[in-house]
Write a protein that binds this ligand. Structure first.
Ligand SMILES: [Zn+2]
Length: 466
């Protein structure tokens, strides 16, 4: 870069007006002239996103489609506000999603498993309730049940994250504006423990209830919205994109995010929302590389939608981060990575189609067809052997398929290795764009994001409890 260009750019950047050159690969995200207060906040969390997940998803997109992810493009633009964030809970260096989300949600560390209930029974007001009380519209979008730990951590106080039936009732009392994701079973009289018709109660309370993609697309903001598009977690992005029937019925995270932003932005006083790539975490636990990377890319598309909205709007603070690392995957053989470009299904989907009745040849053919990986005969035999052991229990649930064994075999074919199957204590990536982002330090404790958001919106902050 010429010296003169450098200085022009520095001055512009200091005014929040930095130009981005040609903008090729950067989308529309050029810093606009930010207002002093963040009228809107979009908090994007890719749940359980180890740094390797962010990196490999970017590599996959770059190698496959010749473009970078929006998140990494934002860094490449040269003006990103970026930090490392710690992830501890009040009782462990390794957090769960409830405690991690609660640290942002209520401004203090809470024990693992707790939703905004402190170690001494404290009940601080969750952040979306604060924004709601300030006259803003609020909501959450996720690919896992909408009552799951991460969205719930912005909404309710609940001693245990597993009380999802109760959390669904608390949502009705909270009067949010938009909630969309999976988890219909938590609201449906057929599957609820207490047989309560919560979907009916939401309708009676004036909510629009959307149960498929077409119903979601038709929403116009007349009423607050509950959208639940699958019984539990939503399908992995790679399975959705390659199955026209699912694609027609179930929206992607990016589609839900776009709709939710459009609905929430109708409030002249602004909005605050959380967008969660929830199944990134599930895929990391299962060491499911195609599930993981394509869900991260769906999340990245939602990042792009948020950044584009914020660039145009000038009053929106976008925060992108994760709550903790998970399984710490990495690419250890670059020449094999290309196999994932043509993969059309997750490991979970592939493994749930197989059974002990298959022959090694059938297993090899099946996996080659749907994932482009040619297993050796011995590998297929080892995999089949594990089905014989599973067979005692009859039907395979998604958690019962031999995920981790298959991931080990798959490493020989994709070059992707895994450090574990659970959460890690790693400090994580945190990036921001918009009004208030200039105050982000290079390192921040997770619970300090609570006041950070309130300060950005010029709302009263709380005293830190530690
Ligand atoms: Zn997890």
């Amino acid at each position: 870069m010429k010296r003169r260009d450098f200085f022009n750019r520095s001055i512009l950047a200091s005014l929040g007006l930095g130009a981005l050159g040609t903008g090729v690969g950067y989308g529309n995200t050029r810093p606009g002239s930010f207002k002093s207060a963040a009228k809107n906040i979009i908090f994007l969390v890719s749940d359980g996103m180890s740094t390797g997940t962010l990196n490999m998803a970017d590599l996959l997109l770059r190698e496959k489609e010749g473009r970078k992810s929006r998140w990494v493009s934002y860094y490449q633009g040269g003006f990103a506000k970026r930090a490392l964030m710690d992830t501890a809970s009040s009782n462990s260096l390794v957090t769960d999603s409830a405690a991690a989300g609660s640290s942002w949600g209520c401004g203090m560390r809470v024990p693992n498993g707790s939703l905004n209930v402190g170690p001494n029974g404290e009940l601080p007001v969750p952040i979306l309730q604060k924004f709601k009380n300030a006259g803003k519209s609020v909501g959450c979008v996720t690919t896992v049940p909408i009552t799951h730990a991460t969205p719930a951590s912005f909404c309710v106080n609940e001693e245990s994250r597993s009380a999802m039936f109760d959390i669904a009732v608390k949502y009705l009392e909270m009067e949010f504006d938009v909630m969309m994701g999976g988890g219909k079973a938590l609201f449906d009289s057929k599957s609820r423990e207490d047989k309560r018709d919560l979907l009916g109660d939401f309708r009676n309370a004036g909510f629009s209830v959307a149960l498929d993609r077409a119903e979601m697309m038709a929403l116009n903001g007349e009423n607050p919205v509950l959208g639940v598009f699958s019984e539990g977690g939503m399908p992995y992005s790679v399975d959705r994109e390659n199955d026209p029937e699912i694609k027609n019925k179930v929206p992607s995270l990016a589609e839900m995010s776009k709709k939710a932003i459009a609905l929430l932005a109708q409030n002249p006083s602004g909005f605050a929302m959380q967008i969660e790539g929830g199944k990134v975490d599930w895929a990391a636990h299962a060491n499911d590389a195609p599930g993981l990377l394509y869900d991260q890319l769906d999340f990245d598309a939602a990042v792009g939608i948020a950044l584009d909205f914020a660039a145009k709007d000038g009053e929106t603070l976008v925060i992108m981060t994760t709550d903790h690392g998970n399984a710490n995957p990495g690419l250890f053989n670059g020449s094999k990575f290309g196999k994932l470009y043509t993969t059309s299904h997750s490991n979970e989907w592939v493994l749930s189609q197989l059974s002990a009745a298959n022959t090694p040849g059938q297993v090899t053919d099946f996996i080659e067809t749907y994932q482009g990986l040619k297993l050796k005969k011995e590998e297929a035999e080892v995999l089949l052997k594990s089905y014989e052991e599973l067979n005692d229990d009859g039907i395979y649930g998604s958690t019962k398929v031999p995920n981790h064994l298959f991931a080990q075999i798959q490493t020989n074919h994709t070059g992707i290795g895994w450090a574990g199957t659970g959460h890690s204590s790693d400090h994580v990536e945190l990036a921001m764009y918009g009004p208030g982002s200039e105050n982000l330090p290079a390192y921040i404790e997770n619970y300090k994001l609570h006041n950070f958001m309130l300060n950005a919106a010029q709302l009263p902050a709380m005293a830190y409890l530690g």
